[in-house]
Design a protein around this ligand. Structure first.
Ligand code: UDP
Ligand code: MG
Length: 316
């Protein structure tokens, strides 16, 4: 392996209740980075863990100055934790990696040499296999990428996570983005420059359970949709247009039946009810869609920080 001494690589690890894996994650990361003579720092972002994660991390950081910790005042979510890492990292390159060892640390040197060889600004991990994930998780992920790619103008490659290497240009560009609700993989794709895939096998979680329950998955997917496409708003126009066409046809029908079969005109009860129900639904749906966008505008306009830092270790 080549000597990567000159530049600094920051490894960003978001952690939420990862007491069972964090020590092992530290060891595996440190081993692979040292073996490959990479000049590195590791930033652990403690996202409001309520187990021993922070205690374990501070013990590690005491003896190893390359380990930096940012500890939040409460749980702000995975995307906020990764953003904090990107805001505070000093590297010429940064790798974003999960704490649970699903993304193997051993491929980091390859990401780095690939970025240099291809002169790429982003090398994003693509999962060619996902071991140990439930059918539900794989199915929802698949459906999510299909829908978002149908609606969004920014390409969002399927089977990617946040596991990726980004260079200084991308880090600086990311840090200029003002929005608070971040969908990181989408934003990095939006930033542009040269982005290339790297195929790898995603391992099962080393220990512990997923920290992404359904509620967090839904919030994540909603942010992605709201922030990367405005097409749902156009739904109202399309449906409004369609209802005008249907309305016109119905008017013709009403007039025709009035003149041709005057004795039957009271029997339009069923169609009236159907129309009321249908358009009631259409209106509620469009109001709901608009409400979601207005809610996001409200969130952004409040301009609250994405996270509150409680303590840091080894960060000057
Ligand atoms: N995570 C976090 N804050 C959260 C949820 C998750 O920092 O609110 C971290 C978690 O510790 C892990 C990464 O995000 O390092 C991915 O979470 P997880 O492995 O539970 O998600 P999954 O792989 O099941 O999608
Ligand atoms: Mg995981």
């Amino acid at each position: 392996m080549k000597n990567h001494k000159k530049e600094l690589l920051s490894v960003i690890v978001p952690c939420f209740n990862e007491e069972e894996v964090i020590e092992e994650t530290y060891k595996r990361l440190t081993n692979v980075l040292k073996e490959n003579h990479i000049n590195y720092e590791i930033l652990f972002i403690n996202d409001g863990s309520i187990d021993k994660t922070l205690e374990i991390l501070t013990n590690i950081a005491k003896n190893d100055p390359k380990i930096k910790i940012i500890s939040f005042s409460r749980n702000f979510g995975h995307q906020s934790a990764v953003s904090a890492g990107i805001h505070h990292c000093k590297g010429d390159y940064a790798v974003i990696i999960d704490a649970d060892l699903q993304d193997p640390p051993e491929v980091i040197p390859e990401l780095l040499s690939l970025a240099k060889k291809e002169q790429a600004n982003v090398v994003y991990g693509v999962r060619k296999k996902r071991k140990g994930e439930t059918f539900f998780k794989r199915f929802t992920a698949w459906a999510f990428y299909k829908i978002i790619n149908l609606l969004s103008d920014v390409p969002l490659p399927e089977n990617t996570g946040d596991f990726r290497l980004i260079d200084k240009k991308v880090i600086d560009a990311f840090n200029q983005l003002p929005e608070k609700n971040k969908y990181i993989r989408g934003l990095i794709s939006w930033i542009g420059f040269k982005q290339i895939p790297y195929y790898y096998v995603r391992e099962p979680r080393f220990a512990g359970e997923t920290k992404y329950p359904l509620s967090k998955m839904i919030k994540f997917a909603t942010t992605a949709l709201l922030y990367f496409t405005r097409k749902p708003l156009k739904l109202a126009t399309t449906m409004g247009f369609m209802s005008i066409v249907v309305g016109l046809l119905l008017t013709i029908y009403v007039f025709l039946s009035l003149f041709l079969k005057p004795q039957q005109t009271v029997s339009g009860w069923a169609s009236t009810i159907i129309i009321i129900i249908f358009f009631g639904g259409v209106q509620l749906l469009t109001i709901g869609v608009m409400g979601e966008y207005i809610g996001s505008i409200f969130d952004e306009i409040k301009n609250r920080p994405m996270y509150i830092i409680d303590k840091t270790y080894n960060i000057k």
